[in-house]
Ligand binder design. Sequence first.
Ligand code: ADP
Ligand code: MG
Ligand code: MG
Length: 252
Amino acid sequence: GSVLEIKNLHVSIEDKEILKGVNLTIKGGEFHAIMGPNGTGKSTLASAIMGHPKYEVTEGSIILDGEDVLEMEVDERARAGLFLAMQYPSEISGVTTSDFLRSAINARREEGDEVSLMKFIKQLDKDLDLLEIDQNMATRYLNEGFSGGEKKRNEILQLLQINPAIAILDEIDSGLDIDALKIVSKGINKMRGEDFGCLMITHYQRLLNYITPDFVHVMMQGRVVKSGGPELAKRLEEEGYEWIKEELGITD
Ligand code: ADP
Ligand code: MG
Ligand code: MG
């Protein structure tokens, strides 16, 4: 499996420092959850890993299997095996979901080794079935006019199809009813294995009832301030974040 190492990561947006020294290592086979109050920099971490131009890394490193991720362009990061399911997926007019998926799959393969149309359609049908997505969706423009729940399912469809080494799922559970949450979780759990590492960003412990994390991290004020196992998420659900603030002497 792959290893993604984030060390002392500092990130600014428009000269305002949002991440203030994040340390985190994700290995193939591991599921990590990051929880934390709104506005603490969880999505900023996700965007910085994927190389969103608005987020400036001012200090620290991101290394994937010994390669410097910060030196890579956005498309190189995807080719290297990184994947982000965005909190707010964008609508892409003029590109069908099916075309988008096929080119994303082929971008990770060598020239001349592109997936055949037959094989692609077969796997796509399987994943559409698993995620209970209407066949028509594949021929619609990516995310255009999709409901919130359809967008989230589509992110997991991409995850299954692209088969990345390390995935970051930013609030994949937000806005989902319980049935949709179960379906999305089923898709994510299907990825489990030594060749897949996952970072789930979530506001609520609910998702973690369906996808048991190996590690739970709490992010506050731009840092990972506490790490533990699944029991940490349960305690956060019951008691909120105040006790951590007290324990660490954080005031705001
Ligand atoms: P979280 O995901 O934990 O809710 P974010 O990473 O979205 O937090 O935001 C962290 C901080 O950075 C917030 O204060 C937010 O207002 C600010 N921020 C995030 N994205 C942008 C942006 N694109 N432009 C300006 N400020 C931003
Ligand atoms: Mg938020
Ligand atoms: Mg966020």
